[in-house]
Design a protein around this ligand. Structure first.
Ligand code: DX5
Ligand code: ZN
Length: 217
């Protein structure tokens, strides 16, 4: 059964307390999307929201950095209480950063380190990191916005990455992010996904707790 990580991006920001309660009582992780308007064409929220959630979060915080120069902000998110931090491979490509060094930096704090790729990036690009990363974020929509349609080709990427990890004799934790709902969670679970991120399907629903339970399968 996959872990369920509701994305607060889709929550009602005037009633964030209600969304926090949904995660605390029904789900496994808080998924927090940090966007800078440069790596992705949208700006979400920053430190203050994570800081507000941290003291009331009874589940670990999974911070998804969709920002350039993630290495500058990792320590701050660690200090705010993140248990998992992912960054985009594209942020490294763009500025010539070494992904291994950023993974190292995150892991040096005892925090789980993940690498994310957009749907147009071949999954093979992740293979060199199987021995190092604690998890991989396969985007099933283009990073930047909630409420987009799930891209089904993601299923093949999950299978390929799992198969390569098996070939290397290593464990591999896969998180899928974007357009996840009870209509595709069964296929994703079957394909081997470990963590399902879901924003709109959970928080735009009249019964978020029920959706979380459906996602678990
Ligand atoms: C998209 C974000 C996602 C987003 C998912 O860039 O990384 O985490 O909040 O939202 P839904 O589930 O609405 O696609
Ligand atoms: Zn995300």
């Amino acid at each position: 059964m996959p872990l369920i990580a509701p994305s607060l991006l889709a929550a009602d920001f005037l009633r964030l307390d209600k969304a926090v309660e949904v995660v605390n009582n029904n789900a496994d992780l808080f998924h927090l999307d940090i966007m800078d308007g440069t790596l992705v064409p949208n700006i979400s929220f920053g430190f203050s929201v994570v800081e507000a959630v941290a003291p009331v979060a009874k589940k670990p915080m999974d911070v998804h950095l969709m920002i350039v120069h993630p290495e500058k902000y990792i320590e701050k998110f660690v200090n705010l209480g993140a248990s998992m931090i992912s960054f985009h491979l594209r942020a490294c490509d763009r500025d010539g950063l070494n992904p291994f060094e950023i993974l190292d930096q995150i892991q040096s704090y005892g925090v789980k380190a993940g690498i994310a790729i957009n749907p147009d990036v071949p999954v093979e690009r992740l293979y060199p990191f199987i021995q190092k990363a604690d998890y991989f974020v396969l985007m099933s929509v283009y990073a930047g916005f909630g409420g987009q349609k799930f891209i089904p080709e993601t299923l093949d990427k999950i299978k390929a990455l799992k198969a390569e990890a098996e070939r290397q004799g290593l464990p591999c934790c896969i998180e899928v992010d974007g357009g996840v709902s009870p209509s595709n969670s069964g296929m994703l679970t079957e394909a081997g996904v470990d963590i399902l991120v879901a924003g709109s399907s959970v928080f735009k629903s009249d019964n978020p707790a029920e959706v979380v339970s459906l996602l678990k399968g």
